[in-house]
Design a protein around this ligand. Structure first.
Ligand code: HPA
Length: 272
């Protein structure tokens, strides 16, 4: 017997697909999910049409400050794109299937490429912060996973060709880009220094509270997936001095500028 929650979620997903279809979201060739503080990328979109989540009944809605809650449709360099500004997280109490509903709808509409982005804590003590990191693989320790049994496969969700396009974009745009493994935690509390130590032993370079669910679901639904972390703070125990507020604001400004340059250079390479 199929559990009731799975049936309900299938109905919600089908509703969302229909509602997004009505806005012609399926014409996009690349979908972006923009993490905290990264909404400025929407300014790069030509012929932008903004759809607040409030106008999309089946769209899961976030309660986290700094997450705008709107879709932006348009083009970048002539390539049709859709930007998801604001996502829901497991720590808000949502089920993994709800957290991944929107990327599954993108896949169902035929959008082939997905770029997931997030803010993350940095584990590598010799990386400057802020910095950008291409996610090469992840460790899901969020205590839940979004796949149905029949979808489960052993594979790395992150696509090699899109990863290569990100590396090329970084060199074209002259933006420093690290690469590494993302450790997905439930949150919303941050880690202890002892936990960060354990994560370092695991081989991870960044820690965050999103992305892993969406990456697995989108890959299982047939999308090519790329992901970028903006490392906005050293994780607990890495830095001896706490960041002051002015540094945090400056870090956000700097990283957002570099992030926008990188993604703008990536778009034509991803579909070319
Ligand atoms: N830990 C987990 N998630 C985060 C962090 C962190 O240090 N910074 C931004 N998101």
């Amino acid at each position: 017997m199929v559990p009731q929650t799975v049936t309900n979620e299938s109905v919600a997903l089908a509703d969302l697909v229909e509602q997004l279809k009505a806005h012609d979201v399926g014409r996009a060739q690349i979908a972006f999910v923009l993490g905290s503080g990264l909404g400025a990328f929407a300014d790069r979109v030509e012929n932008a049409k903004v759809i607040p989540y409030g106008e999309i009944a089946a769209m899961p809605k976030s309660t986290v400050p700094g997450h705008a809650g709107e879709l932006v449709l348009g083009e970048i360099d002539g390539v049709p794109v859709v930007l998801q500004k604001g996502r829901v997280h497991l720590y808000e109490g949502h089920d993994p299937r709800v957290v991944t509903r929107c990327v599954r709808a993108f896949a169902a509409l035929g959008i082939r490429n997905l770029v997931l982005t997030n803010a993350a804590g940095g584990i590598e003590s010799d990386w400057e912060v802020p910095t950008l990191m291409r996610i090469t693989d992840h460790i899901n320790m969020q205590g839940g996973a979004p796949l149905l049994r029949e979808e489960a496969r052993i594979e790395n969700p992150y696509d090699d060709d899109l990863g290569a396009a990100l590396e090329k974009a970084a060199s074209v745009a002259q933006v420093p880009l690290q690469s590494g493994i993302y450790f997905g935690v439930l949150g919303p509390s941050y880690e202890t220094p002892a936990e960060v130590n354990m994560m370092r032993w695991s081989g991870a370079s960044a820690i965050g509270m999103s992305t892993v669910q969406e990456a697995s679901a989108a890959r299982a639904a047939g999308m090519r997936v790329a992901a970028i972390s903006t490392i906005t703070n050293p994780a607990a125990g890495i830095s001896k001095t706490p960041l002051n507020h002015a540094e945090v604001v400056e870090a956000g400004r700097l990283i957002s500028e570099r992030f926008c340059k990188l993604l703008a250079a990536f778009v034509p390479l991803a579909v070319g």
